[in-house]
Write a new protein. Structure first.
Length: 517
């Protein structure tokens, strides 16, 4: 029976993730491809050199893309297999972490700890909260950082369980923690997490030493210095790459995000369950819940995307598994078990539907890129202006950036010298989502655009806000535009005439790419 259930769940997990293998490259995926395709084996060290950093200093991600390119070239299937492999490692880390924490100090409950770890892994396998972390190739930044961070905590706990004797375990934990930093800067929460685990170790495990608890914390806290030094070195090196501290890429707004507010609210509710002589929530459940909160801090303080929720969802899966096995009363166990089943079924459905959305968006992306490439060949264009491309479709990022690389890859030109002449592709205002769009040529230097869904406006491009609410846009000298207050109309001024030889205007309307003149 158990084997049948395990096999059935594996089938469900594979079914939910299977559409990922049909997703192509999208948006930021093209950021690393031109770089890694030009680096030989002797040059790969340049990925760790600050001056070679691509937009952000995340060299370990670049290294993983370099290996993918050597194995798969420009075939996206291999890159998705790598993402799924890293997710599998994350699921395994959740299993080990849940088992270790549950059976910590409870040798008689090691068998139950295996069940706890298995339940946590089962839930996390289909519930990374934000599936795009795995589905989107560029989600590897958060995926790799979170997976390495989880394994850092696994080996750190094993180090504590050895009573500080096995230093090689600390060395492995430190290595994983450092590598997590080189995957994404939000891994700076490592000291907070390891300190939380260490304090838990002293206050709850060593109960016989109550009078000396804080003295023990001070005496044996030298392990935190390497973590702090590693983070300091990372910030310094990444600052060289960015020209300023890593947290100041877009500024450091001290705001509280909705996920963090939700965690605070649930913590208050959670506290009620731990009140009284026979609490509904057992004390050990607090550790993974604190992990959720600590790992949410970058979402609150850094201008990061919700893909970073992959890490909090790992702790959340462990916490829910603890609830399943730690509820005090039979009624409580049934209620928590029901919540677990509902969460699992909802996660599978949500995951599959989101992955199908990415497949459809990928199909549209390939279609638009191929049509644009065909027009370039037909018109023998050297400069192409593309208007009305959808920034995203159904919350799936599509043409946010690197449109030139996307067209070149679909036509087989990426990484090669174009046989006739160099081509430049300039992207005009992009629409927020798919919707009815219109385009008309006012004169050879001006194009009037309209979109029912509105246009995307990036703050750095805003030159001036007018009194009527309209925006004056200057896009790095490539074009200028006036966008209406409702952002549904735009008049674009071009630096080159559309009727010049080799200058092509292209617009995306009704699912097709067509020539403007």
């Amino acid at each position: 029976m158990k084997r049948a259930l395990i096999l059935a769940w594996l089938v469900v997990v594979i079914w939910a993730w299977w559409p990922v293998l049909s997703v192509g490259f999208l948006a930021d995926d093209y950021e690393w491809l031109p770089v890694v395709s030009q680096l030989s084996g002797r040059q790969v060290w340049q990925l760790f050199w600050p001056e070679t950093a691509v937009v952000r200093y995340r060299p370990l991600v670049g290294l993983s893309f370099w290996f993918d390119y050597r194995l798969w070239g420009f075939r996206p299937l291999g890159y998705h297999l790598s993402n799924l492999f890293f997710h599998l490692l994350g699921v395994l880390a959740v299993f080990v972490l849940g088992r270790l924490v549950w059976s910590w100090g409870r040798k008689k409950e090691e068998a139950l700890g295996l069940c706890v770890g298995l339940v946590a892994a089962v839930l996390f396998a289909v519930n990374p909260l934000f599936p795009e972390t795995v589905t989107w190739i560029s989600g590897r930044h958060d995926l790799l950082a979170a997976t390495l961070l989880l394994w850092c905590l696994v080996f750190f706990i094993r180090f504590l369980q050895s009573d500080f004797r096995r230093l090689e375990l600390f060395g492995i934990a430190f290595t994983f923690g450092t590598l997590a930093l080189f995957a994404k800067e939000t891994a700076v929460v490592i000291p907070l997490l390891v300190c939380t685990i260490y304090i838990y170790y002293v206050l709850l495990i060593n109960r016989k030493m109550r009078s000396r608890r804080f003295q023990i914390i001070l005496e044996k806290s030298g392990w935190v210095l390497p973590f702090l030094l590693a983070i300091g070195l990372y910030i310094w090196v990444s600052s060289l790459a960015l020209g300023r501290p890593v947290w100041a890429v877009r500024g450091l707004p001290f705001v509280v995000s909705r996920p963090f507010l939700l965690w605070v609210l649930l913590s208050c509710i959670f506290s009620l369950g731990a009140w009284g002589k026979r609490p509904f929530i057992k004390g050990k459940t607090w550790l993974p819940w604190l992990g959720v909160g600590m790992s949410l801090l970058p979402v609150s303080m850094f201008p990061t995307q919700l893909r970073f929720l992959y890490l909090p969802s790992a702790f959340g899966a462990i916490w829910l598994a603890f609830l399943v096995f730690g509820a005090g009363k039979r009624l409580g166990k049934m209620a928590v078990g029901l919540v677990f089943v509902v969460c699992s079924l909802f996660s599978v459905g949500w995951l599959y539907s989101r992955n199908l959305a990415w497949v459809e968006a990928s199909r549209l992306h390939q279609q638009v890129s191929e049509q644009t490439g065909n027009l370039i060949l037909q018109e023998k264009a050297r400069l192409v202006y593309v208007f009305n491309l959808p920034d995203h479709v159904g919350e799936v990022q599509l043409f946010r950036s690197h449109v030139k690389e996307a067209v070149f890859l679909e036509r087989g030109w990426l990484g090669k010298t174009f046989p006739h002449y160099p081509i430049d592709i300039v992207v005009g205002p992009m629409t927020v989502d798919l919707g009815k769009t219109e385009a008309a040529v006012v004169d050879v230097l001006r194009v009037k655009l309209r979109s029912d869904s509105g246009f995307v406006v990036f703050e750095p491009a805003i030159a001036r806000r007018n009194d009527d609410g309209s925006l004056e846009i200057d896009w790095a000298g490539e074009w200028q535009a006036t966008i209406s207050a409702d952002r549904k109309e735009a008049v674009v001024k071009l630096p080159h005439q559309l009727d010049e030889e080799g200058v092509l205007g292209v617009v995306f309307e009704d699912g097709e790419v067509r020539r403007l003149l």
